[in-house]
Design a binder for this molecule. Structure first.
Ligand SMILES: [Mn+2]
Length: 317
């Protein structure tokens, strides 16, 4: 659906339920609350929901938000590539989603209407461009939400998905009263003491292989318990191993169950993370991928090290 039709869609419908994906991030929540605010400004009724309780970390995105009373008529999903990402609470909306606004190339086309820009750095950028192209004014609060979505999905404008369009949108959004430095500090610099404890434990036990070209950290259930951190605070650890100079493949092993471990793999240009994880039945992107491996921690480590050895040999060829 084109932007013009999207505007018409919003004018012709009402009583919106806006769904965001489980384990919510800045993009799904920023997009959700920006859209909700704009719809309310249009005189429509709208609420935003998430599988989890709204995370405190993102409270500035829903500052001033309140739940409206109405009978749901229109269900919209933002930043949700697959209905499976709705989470258990909202699985009941599977097959009943009227509109999806997204930027994932992997979108499964589950919604009746889809606005997809797979080149966009964030769903919030799709919304920004929609509002701008249709002359829809946004408030400071909505600008704050859109900026956060773009900043978080691009890793503060550092990831490869950062585009000129993302920078230009950010530049325009900075002209609103959004306090972008506070947003970025909150999203990228500030950590809880518990989170820092988790990082400390993992870094102190980081292992290096193959002349320090591979680094590996492990997070066991016991470490998670000892840290006293909330589940959400274990997100984003996977980037740590690759921050070490000279490392071309960084691996994070996180315990899921007794003998089940989740592998997160990050690589530099020299290696393909997706190909690596495919060997274990996983997949993902070229620089960031994941898979699950069964066995004891020691067995998993041995399997991974053997696979890294093979991959390094392949890449040297
Ligand atoms: Mn996104």
């Amino acid at each position: 659906m084109e932007f013009k039709e999207l505007k018409k869609f919003f004018e012709e419908h009402d009583n919106y339920l806006i769904l965001t994906h489980k384990s919510p991030d800045g993009d799904t929540l920023g997009s959700g609350f920006a859209l909700c605010g704009v719809l309310r400004d249009m005189g429509k009724k709208a609420n935003v929901v998430n599988n989890e309780n709204l995370p405190v970390r993102y409270n500035f995105l829903y500052d001033g938000y309140y739940v409206q009373e109405f009978e749901i008529e229109t269900v919209v999903a933002v930043d949700i590539a697959d209905e499976k990402l709705l989470g258990s609470r909202f699985a009941k909306y599977e097959g009943k989603i009227d509109l999806c606004i997204d930027h994932h190339i992997s979108n499964t086309h589950y919604a009746k209407e889809l606005v997809l820009d797979a080149k966009a750095s964030a769903a919030a950028l799709v919304l920004f461009e929609f509002f701008k192209s249709q002359g829809i004014a946004i408030s400071d609060q909505q600008a704050r939400c859109l900026y956060t979505g773009i900043a978080t999905d691009t890793g503060c404008f550092k990831y490869e998905n950062t585009t000129p369009k993302a920078h230009m949108a950010a530049a325009e959004l900075m002209q609103y009263n959004i306090n972008f430095s506070q947003i970025n500090r909150k999203m990228f610099d500030i950590k809880s003491k518990q989170r820092l404890k988790v990082e400390e434990m993992m870094i102190s036990e980081m292992e290096y292989y193959f002349d320090d070209r591979c680094s590996m950290i492990c997070l066991t259930s016991q470490m998670m318990q000892e840290s006293g951190a909330e589940p959400a605070e274990f997100d984003g650890l996977a980037s740590i191993p690759l921050t070490v100079e000279g490392v071309v493949i960084g691996i994070t092993i996180k315990q899921r169950h007794e003998n089940v471990f989740k592998l997160s793999v990050r690589t530099t240009e020299e290696m393909d993370a997706s190909t690596f994880c495919c060997k274990f039945g996983g997949g993902g992107h070229i620089r960031a991928a994941g898979c699950e491996i069964e066995g004891t921690l020691e067995e998993v480590k041995q399997k991974v090290i053997a696979a890294v050895s093979e991959a390094l040999e392949e890449s040297a060829r």
